[in-house]
Design a protein around this ligand. Structure first.
Ligand code: MUC
Ligand code: MG
Length: 373
């Protein structure tokens, strides 16, 4: 008898961050993970994670809505269905529930984890096989204080943890942000790559001024300077400057990738399993982006270890990641809910080995950090 899905449990897990993390739209002191435990009739449990940033400040799904929508609408579409029929189950979710990309990503991850455990292979193997077992990982400097950011970068360079840094800007006046970035780049010099993420905070005219100054300061990549839906503006900015632009909020899935390519965008694309409704959708976007000549970047929604590992399994199957990855989410959190954390070293992280995601839950930690039902 092929296994069927028996139950799906969702938990809200609040983990404090190691320091305040300041983005253009919010400052985070805590990250809320939505953890999925999907139990199957053959005794296998699949784990998934759906995580966003700052409640509703980053996008239309909040941790609470992800949990509610899985519990009320999505889980009932899966219960009793064959566990290994992942293509069928994903099509079923998409045909009966619109949007909810993060919730669907958590469920797809749990399906892949369970199927990998069932077959004794990794999620990367299910996705066609890993081409890399160690992936580069940058660090985000976002303490809100220039001196603290420089000290943090020096420490991580020293520890051989990270050699590329992404600075979160856009919350302050553009001249102040440019001074902050230029001071950090000047302090680090050629020892580190410095990029910025504006998280949609500028209008086009401000972006023209800001990007020109950041380019002069030696910044190597400018992420999402203007609002997500302004594809034409992004194309104009990419044409205007030598420094490459990275599309993040502007591109969620393969369809967006095609729209951006058709509009004439030249630059790079941030892949995130949360934006593309799961690892398979993120890899579909990667194919479109690659065909369009866009550089690839493995992005994060600051997930914990489960979501980060799911992303790593997907990114490991790609030949080239021109801009590396930012899969540092677990390092921003004070604690973990898995027994063996990911192994970060030599400016990157190892792909976890073992069946499925290659992770096991620490039940005591999970019980400690889970919000009471
Ligand atoms: C984003 O917009 O890229 C990634 C790193 C970080 O600090 O925030 C995220 C979200
Ligand atoms: Mg971004």
């Amino acid at each position: 008898m092929p296994a069927v899905i028996e139950s799906i449990e969702t938990l809200l897990v609040d983990l404090p961050t190691i320091r305040p993390h300041k983005l253009s739209m919010t400052t985070m002191a805590c990250q809320t993970l939505v953890i999925v435990r999907m139990r199957h009739s053959d005794g296998i449990e699949g784990l998934g994670e759906g995580t966003t940033i700052g409640g509703l400040s980053y996008g239309p799904e909040s941790p609470e809505s992800i949990k509610l929508h899985i519990d009320t609408y999505l889980a009932p579409l899966l219960i009793g269905e064959p566990s290994g029929a992942i293509n069928h189950l994903r099509a079923r979710l998409d045909s009966q529930a619109r949007g909810n990309a993060i919730a669907k990503s958590a469920l797809e991850t749990a399906l892949l984890d369970a199927q990998g455990k069932r077959l004794g292979v990794s999620v990367a193997t299910l996705l066609g096989g890993s081409r890399h077992v160690h992936l580069p990982v940058l660090w985000t400097l976002a303490s809100g204080d220039t001196r603290k950011d420089i000290d943090e970068a020096e420490q991580r360079l020293n520890d051989r943890r990270h050699c590329d840094f992404k600075l979160k800007i856009g919350a302050n006046a553009v001249d102040e942000d440019v001074r902050h970035v230029a001071a950090i780049k000047a302090a680090l010099g050629d020892r580190a790559g410095v990029r910025v993420d504006v998280n949609q905070a500028w209008d086009e005219a401000t972006a023209v001024r800001g990007i020109a100054a950041l380019q002069d300061a030696g910044v190597e990549l400018i992420e999402q300077p203007i609002p997500a839906r302004d594809h034409d503006g992004l194309v104009r900015l990419a044409d205007r400057f030598r420094v490459p632009l990275l599309a993040d909020e502007a591109v969620a899935d393969a369809r967006d990738g095609m729209t951006l390519a058709t509009a004439g965008f030249s630059g790079a694309v941030a892949l995130k399993i949360a934006k593309s409704a799961g690892p398979r959708g993120a890899l579909a976007l990667a194919e479109v982006a690659r065909a369009a000549g866009h550089g690839l970047y493995g992005g994060t929604m600051l997930e914990g270890t489960i979501g980060t590992a799911a992303s790593l399994h997907a990114w490991s199957t790609l030949g080239e990641l021109r801009w590396g990855t930012e899969m540092f989410g677990p390092l921003l959190l004070r604690d973990d809910i898995v027994t063996t954390p990911l192994d970060y070293h030599e400016f990157g992280v190892d792909l976890p080995s073992g069946p499925g995601l290659g992770l096991a839950l620490d039940e005591d930690k999970l019980a400690h950090y889970a919000r009471p039902a």
